[in-house]
Design a protein around this ligand. Structure first.
Ligand SMILES: NC(=O)C1=CN([C@@H]2O[C@H](COP(=O)(O)OP(=O)(O)OC[C@H]3O[C@@H](n4cnc5c(N)ncnc54)[C@H](OP(=O)(O)O)[C@@H]3O)[C@@H](O)[C@H]2O)C=CC1
Ligand SMILES: CC(C)(CO)C(=O)C(=O)O
Length: 340
């Protein structure tokens, strides 16, 4: 298959390199010029405990890209989706489609640009980090799911799915991609909370004193999704039924335990959110990922005070107004106490 990977960082780089290795013709686009230069000169290197290899890579910055593609994998951070959609539009062929391989409800943004019939969604939960120009760390395997927004099993979905299986043999083709993306939003909100401290994901989710908080964060997001008619999906230890009304304490503890076990197996110890804040010193996806939860909550009449406060706390960290530490989780927990 001839593919354009738009955003060749942790996710786009890992998937793209595996697809090159599998024999596909992949062109990488990234706005980080030094990363593009390094890929063109020395190839794209994947490091980590799962596999180590370097593939030759054809890469360009958006301004220098020429040509059109039928299949585009969009792998930027969520806040860059709109800008990337505008920049990639001239490179998408008339019958072509864009697959959002991102956290958040980006397929909805892409559908506004291209129309729903030209967009597919992909949910990924493997762990990877951009290390340096031309080098990506693939730290842990995780769910890889693909689907048409309308749920149909089209030829193009089957074809893309076959290529995704060459990266992750356990990949899933689903009629319910939005169900996965909403479940990941709930897990993602928990990850944003873990990033308020310097603890790794597994250590943070294991701390007994904050388990009620992590459960309530998921519950709040899933309440919005459920009122919006979303059928939720489970993955890698995250069991949405454990955070729905009527779920027992034992079930939510079990799901948190399973998430801890999943994350202990990964060499990616910290979330991309924490890495953006602590290592890369840049803004996170808070507005682009958590903002829509609050917006849909307002639209569907579901209060989201925890998510709203979480966004503020993350902005404080981004802007240097507070330090990492469990005091931030205590402040978030105070919102729960007010509600109770
Ligand atoms: N990393 C992970 O383990 C996981 C990530 N995800 C999700 O996957 C998505 C991608 O994340 P990730 O790969 O970690 O992010 P990265 O920052 O590692 O990679 C994104 C790349 O896209 C580039 N980029 C941004 N905007 C544009 C643009 N308009 N045109 C061209 N290139 C652009 C970025 O450049 P620059 O550096 O200049 O911004 C960067 O190199 C996110 O939604 C994330 O939440 C999901 C599961 C796991
Ligand atoms: C941690 C991970 C890989 C989920 O397991 C993730 O989605 C992130 O870094 O944002």
């Amino acid at each position: 298959m001839r593919l354009l990977v738009w955003g060749a960082g942790a996710i786009g780089g890992t998937i793209g390199a595996h697809l090159v290795k599998a024999g596909h013709s992949v062109t990488f686009v990234d706005r980080a010029a030094e990363h593009v230069d390094a890929m063109n000169k020395g190839g794209l290197r994947i490091e980590g405990p799962i596999t180590e290899f370097t593939v030759p890579a054809v890469a360009a910055t958006p301004e220098r890209l020429e040509g059109q593609w039928d299949r585009v994998l969009l792998c930027t951070k969520a806040q860059d989706t709109g800008g990337a959609a505008v920049a990639l539009a001239p490179h998408l062929s008339d019958g072509g489609c864009v697959v959002s391989v991102q956290n958040g409800l980006n397929p909805l943004t892409l559908a506004e640009h291209f129309g729903q019939e030209r967009v597919l969604g992909s949910f990924v939960n493997f762990g990877a980090d951009y290390l340096s120009p031309g080098v990506i760390h693939y730290g842990g395997r995780g769910a890889v799911v693909l689907g048409e927004l309308g749920g149909e099993t089209s030829d193009r979905a089957r074809e893309l799915y076959a290529s995704f299986q060459q990266f992750e043999p356990g990949a899933v083709l689903t009629p319910n991609i939005l169900g996965y993306l909403w479940s990941k939003l709930a897990y993602g909100a928990q990850l944003f909370a873990t990033a308020l401290t310097n603890d790794g994901i597994a250590d943070a989710l294991a701390r007994p004193e904050y388990r009620a908080l992590y459960s309530e964060i998921a519950r709040e997001v899933l309440r919005v999704a459920t009122v919006g008619g979303i059928r939720l999906e489970s993955f890698n230890g995250f069991d949405p039924t454990a955070f729905l009304p009527g779920a027992s304490e034992e079930t939510s503890q079990r799901s948190l335990d399973d998430m801890v076990a999943f994350n202990r197996r990964s060499a990616k110890t910290h979330s991309g959110i924490w890495r953006d804040l602590a290592v890369r010193k840049r803004r996170t996806e808070a507005d682009a990922q958590l903002g829509p939860i609050v917006a849909f909550g307002e639209r569907w009449g579901v209060p989201t005070p925890l998510t709203a406060r979480l966004i503020e706390l993350v902005h404080d960290l981004e802007e240097g107004r507070r330090d990492f530490g469990s005091a931030n989780l205590d402040e978030l927990r105070a919102v729960m106490a007010v509600r109770a």
